[in-house]
Each structure stands twice: as structure tokens, then as C-alpha cells.
Design a protein around this ligand. Structure first.
Ligand SMILES: [Ca+2]
Ligand SMILES: [Ca+2]
Ligand SMILES: [Ca+2]
Length: 152
């Protein structure tokens, strides 16, 4: 059955093609939203798969970028403890759904709507939300209502 033998090689070729595209795309985390403190998907990054009502309780150490539980968990070697709130400068959507990125905690304030699979390597050059995102929530597959700005 020669035809049957072709199928696995086509699948392999397809997977290689997809892997190549993923490598070219900027830091997409498959199945999740990635938010990074610096431009270009650098610095401290968090991933979320559904929602986060506040980044004020997401602590990390300034030197190691390790995620920690609270403000006293870093120390000299790890650096000072920072909250991820008001830090986001770049975002990459690895999901097939829209995401809303909010200026304030509790899904309030200015709303950025990020397209499925969309990304933005510098929120500061095209939105008023550089270093201002405080909460995020996943949406459906269609463009949601209530967007102040669409990105990605
Ligand atoms: Ca930043
Ligand atoms: Ca949080
Ligand atoms: Ca904010």
C-alpha cells in the first residue's frame, strides 16, 4: 500500500513546517498568554491560560527574575522583590482566543484587546498602556465588545 506510506511522511513534513513557523514567531507560549516586563519579550515574563484579576500579588526577584510568594522572599543575592503589576511591555497570545488586557485591577480601566495568535513587542509605541497592565482575562473566538483599542 504505497499510498499509506505517504501519509506519515506528509504529517512529518507538516509538523516540521509548523515547528519552523513557531520558531519564527516571537516567543509564543502555546495555549497561553505571555506577558513580559521588557520590550521584545524579555525581562520577567508570566504566562496565563485563563485570567488574573491582579498582578499586584505576583512577586519576583529583580536579579534572578525568580517567581516568589511575597515581598520578603528575595534578599541580597536574588535582588529586591517586585510586583508584576504595571510592568508589562510586550505580550504574545499563544491561544486561539481573544484576550482583554486591563489598565486596572479587577478587569477595569482602559481595555486593550489582543487578537488570537497576536502579539505586540512594545506596548509603549502604539498604546497608552506601557507599564500599566494590572489584570487580564481570556475571551471568545470572536472580537469582544468593549475594546478601547485592538492590538496584535
Ligand atoms: Ca515594562
Ligand atoms: Ca495575580
Ligand atoms: Ca495599572
Amino acid at each position: 500500500m504505497p499510498a499509506r506510506r505517504i501519509v506519515p511522511s506528509l504529517l512529518t513534513a507538516g509538523l516540521i513546517a509548523v515547528a519552523g513557523l513557531s520558531a519564527a514567531a516571537p516567543a509564543h507560549a502555546a495555549g497561553s498568554l505571555k506577558l513580559c516586563a521588557n520590550d521584545g519579550y524579555k525581562g520577567k515574563c508570566l504566562t496565563r491560560t485563563g485570567y488574573d484579576a491582579t498582578f499586584a500579588n505576583d512577586w519576583y526577584c529583580s536579579r534572578t527574575l525568580a517567581t516568589v510568594g511575597g515581598p520578603n522572599d528575595c534578599g541580597l543575592r536574588k535582588g529586591i522583590a517586585l510586583k508584576f503589576e504595571d510592568k508589562t511591555s510586550s505580550v504574545a497570545n499563544g491561544t486561539a482566543r481573544w484576550w482583554k488586557l486591563f489598565e486596572d485591577r479587577g478587569y477595569k480601566g482602559y481595555v486593550l484587546c489582543l487578537r488570537p495568535g497576536g502579539y505586540d513587542s512594545d506596548l509603549g509605541n502604539n498604546t497608552p498602556q506601557e507599564d500599566d497592565i494590572s489584570s487580564v482575562r481570556i475571551q471568545g473566538t470572536g472580537q469582544p465588545r468593549g475594546c478601547d483599542q485592538v492590538i496584535g
